[in-house]
Design a protein around this ligand. Structure first.
Ligand SMILES: Nc1ncnc2c1ncn2[C@@H]1O[C@H](COP(=O)(O)OP(=O)(O)OP(=O)(O)O)[C@@H](O)[C@H]1O
Ligand SMILES: [Mg+2]
Length: 322
């Protein structure tokens, strides 16, 4: 059974006409049941929530008009299983999900779930994917804030726009993803812009510190060295992403190739040839191999088929760096 706190919250959110909150708590009850070993009930509860939400249709968000184009909203369907990560990252992501689902319990002890997260790592290692996975697993919308555009297009009013976004966060529960965060998190601006960028950064620091919404705020960057040191302690957690290890590459290839992977597969060469590739590049090489197989009416992909596609990616890679 749900805890007393959960029942009270369910009733409050129903009468307060807060459907998103109602769904969230229903999912917390499901998580609670799963933890107690009642996985069939947990499964039924999750299905019920998913079904009702589908029936309700896409919600019309009362997004301020002038934020449209700067904030993209979607309901991703990326499940946690497809995200290949090292065990440490996995634990941290599980912890974010767990604390979110148990937020009422934490609140009743005056604590807040971890919800301000900084993602650092090279391109194509799963930062954007993590934001999608979190939104999907928590069944809340993903709002991606295009920080780069925010800064270049609205120079002079960036802080005001940021305030609007943080205000919106209080009303609309979701994952708020600030991509290319170093555009405000550091000063890569030209000399003229330094004063403005300082102001924007200070505004962001202030907003994120004052923010007590239940939404999850994620910032991602490839350039941590550009970030202001004052930023790091504003986040509840900092997650570091790296290019895949051999084990992760193996998992990614198995996931993407699926039944296309030949039974006898020369892992050693594949792992060696793909040593410089990110998760994203390797996934693309796998998809290229699948397309070729389909077009050639082949049912299986061998290690050398995949290596040929990896070689293409390696060349693209070198072309870019050289
Ligand atoms: N860790 C991963 N596990 C599985 N697939 C991955 C992973 N990382 C990347 N991919 C694949 O690569 C695609 C692009 O990855 P993603 O957009 O998450 O990279 P990113 O870290 O956000 O890169 P960038 O810094 O360029 O924004 C994903 O849609 C997915 O197909
Ligand atoms: Mg990204």
């Amino acid at each position: 059974m749900a805890t007393a706190e959960q029942l009270k919250s369910l009733i409050r959110s129903h009468f307060g006409n807060e459907p998103e909150r109602f769904y969230t708590i229903a999912l917390q009850v499901a998580a609670h049941e799963a933890k107690k070993g009642n996985s069939a009930l947990a499964h039924d509860l999750r299905n019920l929530v998913d079904m009702e939400r589908k029936k309700a249709g896409p919600r019309v968000l009362n997004f301020p008009k002038d934020l449209r184009g700067l904030v993209l909203t979607e309901e991703p369907r990326t499940s946690k299983q497809v995200l290949v990560m090292n065990p440490d990252l996995q634990l941290r992501i599980d912890q974010i999900i767990h604390e979110y689902r148990q937020q009422e319990k934490l609140k009743s002890h005056g604590l807040s779930h971890r919800r301000k997260i900084l993602l650092i790592g090279p391109p194509g290692t799963g930062k954007t994917m993590t934001a999608k996975v979190l939104a999907h697993e928590l069944r809340i919308p993903l709002h991606t804030v295009q920080v780069d555009r925010l800064v270049t297009k609205f120079m002079g009013e960036t802080s005001a726009k940021l305030r609007q976004i943080f205000d919106f966060m209080k009303e609309e529960h979701g994952v708020y993803f600030f991509d290319e965060f170093d555009a405000i998190g550091g000063d890569r601006a030209s000399d003229n812009d330094v004063g403005e960028m300082r102001r924007v950064l200070n505004a962001f620091l202030q907003f994120i510190e004052q923010d007590i919404s239940d939404s999850i705020v994620i910032a991602a960057t490839n350039n941590p060295q550009l970030l202001d040191k004052a930023l790091f302690r504003r986040f509840d957690d900092v997650l570091y992403y790296k290019n895949p290890t051999d084990k992760e590459k193996q998992q990614l290839i198995e996931n993407v190739l699926g039944s296309f992977k030949a039974a006898r597969f020369g892992w050693k060469t594949v792992l060696y040839k793909s040593s410089d590739l990110s998760h994203a590049e390797l996934a693309l090489a796998c998809n290229d191999a699948i397309k070729n197989a389909i077009l050639a009416d082949k049912k299986k992909i061998s290690a050398s088929d995949l290596c040929a596609m990896i070689a293409n990616r390696n060349n693209a890679h070198k072309g870019m760096n050289g």
